[in-house]
Write a protein that binds this ligand. Sequence first.
Ligand SMILES: Cc1ncc(COP(=O)(O)O)c(C=O)c1O
Length: 426
Amino acid sequence: MAKILKEMLNFSCSIRRLNPNPPPLSPFPLKSLQNRPSIRLMASTNTQQHRSTSDFLTIRPYHHPSWASNLNPIPSYAFSLGHFPTPIHKWNLPNLPKDTEVWLKRDDLSGMQLSGNKVRKLEFLLADAVAQGADCIITIGGIQSNHCRATAVAAKYLNLDCYLILRTSKALVDKDPGLTGNLLVERLVGAHIDLVSKEEYSRIGSLTLTNLLKEKLIKEGRKPYVIPVGGSNSLGTWGYIEAISEIEQQLQKGTSRTSFDDIIVACGSGGTVAGLSIASWLSELKTKVTAFSVCDDPDYFYDYVQGLLDGLEAGINSRDIVKIENAKGLGYAMSSAEELKFVKEVAETTGVILDPVYSGKAAYGMMKDMAQNPAKWERRKILFIHTGGLLGLFDKAEEMASSVGGWRRMDIDESIPRKDGTGKMF
Ligand SMILES: Cc1ncc(COP(=O)(O)O)c(C=O)c1O
């Protein structure tokens, strides 16, 4: 145990290089870890391929894939927060081009309250927070941010307080944000919520907003750890570097052993696609990665992903390893009737529920391109990464009401005898 704690301290020092303005190291990281009974520090030698349910919520030494050895810094520890590996299965989407196969990587099944793509990033980020002796986490995002919800749940699992700065419209910023979708989970686990308007967010910026809260908490004697929007910094990127290693192992174990021609994923803050693309390029997979952006323009994301790659000393141009397409449509978290109809049709024909904000838009973008350019996709084997976000769907319930299935009063013939007053359900 002492060895693990000592190594975690070293790990924390190496990770500090990720941030040009790192927070000072806590002088008491070992003490703060030992004082947290809910954190199980297991001297586990388990690697990703040997993860088991008994590792859940324990910290494990991280063994990076050999092809990632030249990246720097390399994390030494990660928490086991998700249920990995997530399944890969064939996705029987209708109207595919000739001989095109689409497969799904079910990262939406990485957990329940703590689910989706953010879990992979949080495994590394929260290990760093704990190593730095943090007693609370600050993060920021949109009002229905899946990342904020996942962070709030993971923080509580580790006995850390969680502070969320949530962006909403000017008209709603002074009102109770309600209990829909992600908000219900965040409020149930007792996350502290600060609302800001979209105007304040774009004028002040997420970095300054989180720093303001951080300074306030430090003055109150707290030790906050800040996670950026979407968990997308160079450390968080390791989550999807590790996902590629997981996919490699799944392919090796599979019967066909054939690889994929394309990996397709939604892009919201850039960390997921950065990890997938650098890892696919470094590993033997060499699968072409395409991301569908759901908020900013492709140029913004090429630059953002470049920053993440530079933070890992990857020495590669983002434009050489990923293609970013625009699937923003009406705007971030705004869905057209056609997009919502698509989400409904996919659910009805395949049983897979896409969230309308991320994977729904990415899959819609993919299918639209397939319809417009079928020859480009013919005979390709595609792996679509479902990044989760089911709770965000509840925010769209009213908009979807007209397209979802109906209901009826059960028709029971008058002649069927009724038993009154038994007081039993069955
Ligand atoms: C459900 C879901 N899918 C995809 C994304 C996009 O991932 P990233 O932020 O790493 O680009 C996000 C978050 O932004 C998300 O919440």
